[in-house]
Ligand binder design. Structure first.
Ligand code: FAD
Ligand code: EPU
Length: 338
């Protein structure tokens, strides 16, 4: 368990932002993690647990210890006639886990194909796409409590999942290292093809009786057509959440913009498409040279080459201000700012 000093973080975040960490180390077992946490060099320093770095923006150097989670393994831990409980190590790449479920014919996570990052970060913001969130198949997770090194099991209720939210992003922030996540998957698939243009994509693929693999392939094709590949263009997916606002505000905006996109979100509220708001505020494709707003999906901020985290953060402030001025809507950042 070598500890690297003044480590460059550029390869470890999908924005490809250059920043230094005072220390960086990797762990792939609980024992390795415990000994790192107990080592005199690490003990008491600020910690950052990093998965794939696909939901993070470094605005400065990290004066503490970055711990790269590399806990491996995918295993069936329980089974009945209808379901299978699959436990995945926090360091497994999320899409690898999805593909292994698709391969086995276990349904429930196929709509979440191609989301970047690791399994361990998935519960942090209850990752979601195409009508599905991980809370729908989540069974439990195991985490190490940093304060005393104890292992704690969290059930779904304890995780307090919401839209891009969980206990770990709020009250439990920086207190736990997620080690593994167990999902309950369906042996008898009920496919969810109603969201967005999945059905349209299946029609294009001339598929009339879709399998789990077909849905996964359709989602992959849609995502590739809309979202920039971080290997080509630095980004962290949606930079902002879709805001939930009171219906009166929706009615007021719609009076002027009847084509505004909105979805029902509980009594007297609606969820707005932040991408639509940003586009209509005139910012889609807006560029400041080294960074800008993606020209195909306005919810995504991009590093066009050589941007600093501070510059991207400043751009996000400009987006927040412009949308507020134009529509009176407060957007909230989804990406974790460091
Ligand atoms: P990181 O960025 O490494 O970490 C994110 C946060 O979780 C940090 O605060 C980190 O400290 C913490 N963390 C990570 N691992 C652990 C752990 N084991 N224990 C404790 N804390 C931990 N998200 C969606 O929900 N839906 C999408 O459709 C989607 N599409 C995306 C598309 C693109 C092109 C990109 C770049 C991102 C997208 N995202 C999406 C965002 C991102 O992929 C997810 O949030 C993902 O779960 C982040 O995983 P990660 O391993 O990269 O997390
Ligand atoms: N839209 C615009 N202009 C844009 C972008 C979008 O008008 O530039 C409109 C679209 O036409 C559509 C609506 O906004 O009517 C929604 O767009 P889209 O289907 O592309 O999804 P999104 O709301 O922008 C959300 C998630 C994504 C997830 C997709 C698919 C959030 C913050 N984002 O995006 O998650 O993949 O739905 O389910 O909820 C992420 O969290 O990083 C992420 C990529």
């Amino acid at each position: 368990m070598a500890i690297q000093h003044l480590a460059e973080l550029k390869p470890f975040n999908t924005f490809s932002i250059s920043a230094k960490a005072d220390r960086l180390a990797r762990f792939s077992t609980v024992d390795e993690l415990r000994s790192l946490l107990a080592s005199p060099e690490v003990k008491g320093t600020p910690l950052l647990i990093l998965g794939g770095g696909s939901n993070i923006l470094f605005t400065q150097d990290f004066h503490g210890t970055v711990l790269l989670n590399e806990m491996p393994g995918i295993a069936v831990v329980q089974e009945d006639a209808e379901h299978v409980w699959v436990k995945a190590g926090a360091g497994v790449t999320w899409h690898t886990f999805v593909l292994s479920c698709v391969e086995q014919g276990w349904a429930g996570v196929e709509n979440l194909s191609l989301i970047p990052g690791k399994v361990g970060a998935a519960p942090m913001q209850n990752i979601g796409a195409y009508g599905v969130e991980i809370k729908d198949t989540f069974s439990s997770l195991e985490a190490l409590r940093i304060a005393d090194g104890e292992l704690v099991t969290f059930n779904k209720e304890a995780c307090a999942f919401g839209y891009r939210e969980s206990f770990f992003k709020r009250t439990g922030k920086d207190q736990y290292v997620i080690l593994s996540v167990t999902f309950r998957l369906n042996k008898k698939p009920v496919l969810n093809t109603s969201y967005g243009n999945i059905q349209q994509e299946l029609d294009r693929m001339e598929i009339t009786q879709p399998t789990i693999r077909d849905v996964s392939n359709a989602v992959i094709a849609i995502r590739r057509s809309k979202l920039p590949d971080p290997a080509v263009l630095g980004n962290a997916g949606s930079f902002f959440k879709n805001p939930v606002v009171p219906q009166e505000l929706v009615d007021r905006i719609k009076a002027e913009h009847p084509d505004m996109v909105s979805y029902p979100a509980g009594e007297g509220h609606a969820k707005l498409a932040a991408g639509w708001l940003i586009e209509r505020a005139g910012l889609k494709g807006y560029s400041r040279g080294s960074h800008g707003v993606h020209d195909r999906q306005a919810l995504v901020l991009v590093n066009l080459g050589g941007a600093t985290g501070h510059e991207l953060y400043d751009l996000s402030k400009h987006v927040l201000r412009t949308v507020k001025e134009k529509f009176g809507v407060d957007l909230e950042r989804e990406v974790n700012i460091l």
